[in-house]
Design a protein around this ligand. Structure first.
Ligand code: AP5
Ligand code: ZN
Length: 217
């Protein structure tokens, strides 16, 4: 399956993507995680992306599209993928259409996670992220690790993301409404959007998402 996950910052895209990708046996491709891995490895791409991310702005399309295209061309992505955080504006959505056309494949669904803004702010404020490239995600209240500050999955150190400060979160929400929301209408005209509520326990949201995707398949 080829699925795009959309939703505001903190909606739970990364959290759900990990479970959905496992259930569907497809790779989870997160442009945010790819950027953060590049930053921690000190690559040229990471250095270019860092200032935009820190400000809560989008990284320029030419950098982002090439990175996404490159990841989608890897062997494990031949039969499908779950895209998390890409595309993020209309230009990227058109670029993805061009990539799909080159491969003669198409999207199966765009899963839209709906969550009120006050919940998003609570989720982001309590988020802790694992330093490993897999970026396992926790929450100080809703998804506690077994040992404080340590990832259950890989033992990595948990930290608070640079862009999770309150003023940056506000900026990211603004950018989401202005740049990313329009892609939902773009995909609606193609009949691809399934919207689910992202409220409630993580496992319930996963079940809701799986049921919605089964209806689309
Ligand atoms: P990115 O990493 O994609 O961040 P985002 O879209 O802002 O999304 P988040 O990672 O903040 O949230 P999420 O929805 O994944 O929520 P999570 O599962 O962690 O992008 C970061 C930056 O990179 C961008 O600002 C931009 O600069 C750049 N970038 C990335 N892609 C780009 C692109 N395509 N073009 C240009 N620039 C790009 O959950 C949040 C918290 O809530 C966690 O603590 C979690 O444990 C908790 N939680 C999850 N589900 C539940 C639940 N059901 N109940 C209670 N708590 C929950
Ligand atoms: Zn980890």
């Amino acid at each position: 399956m080829r699925i795009v996950l959309v939703g505001p910052p903190g909606a739970g895209k990364g959290t759900q993507a990990a479970y959905l990708a496992q259930n569907l046996s497809i790779p989870h491709i997160s442009t945010g995680d790819l950027f953060r891995a590049n930053i921690s490895q000190g690559t040229a791409l990471g250095r270019r992306a860092q200032e935009y991310m820190k400000a809560g702005d989008l990284v320029p399309d030419e950098i982002t599209v090439e990175m996404a295209r490159d990841r989608m061309s890897q062997g494990d992505a031949a039969e499908g993928w779950l895209l998390d955080g890409f595309p993020r504006n209309l230009h990227q959505a058109e670029a993805l259409d061009a990539i799909l056309a080159e491969e003669s494949v198409s999207l199966d669904a765009v899963l839209d996670l709906e969550v009120p803004e006050e919940e998003v702010v609570k989720r982001i404020a309590g988020r802790r992220t694992c330093r490993s490239d897999s970026a396992h995600t926790y929450h100080v209240e809703y998804k506690k690790p077994q040992a404080e500050g340590v990832c259950d999955v890989c033992g990595g150190e948990l930290y608070q993301r640079d862009d999770d400060r309150e003023e940056t979160v506000r900026r990211r929400l603004e950018v989401y409404h202005r740049e990313t929301e329009p892609i939902i209408d773009y995909y609606k005209t193609q009949g691809l959007v399934v919207t689910i509520s992202a409220l409630g326990p993580v496992a319930e949201v996963t079940e809701r998402a799986m049921a919605a995707l089964r209806r689309e398949a």
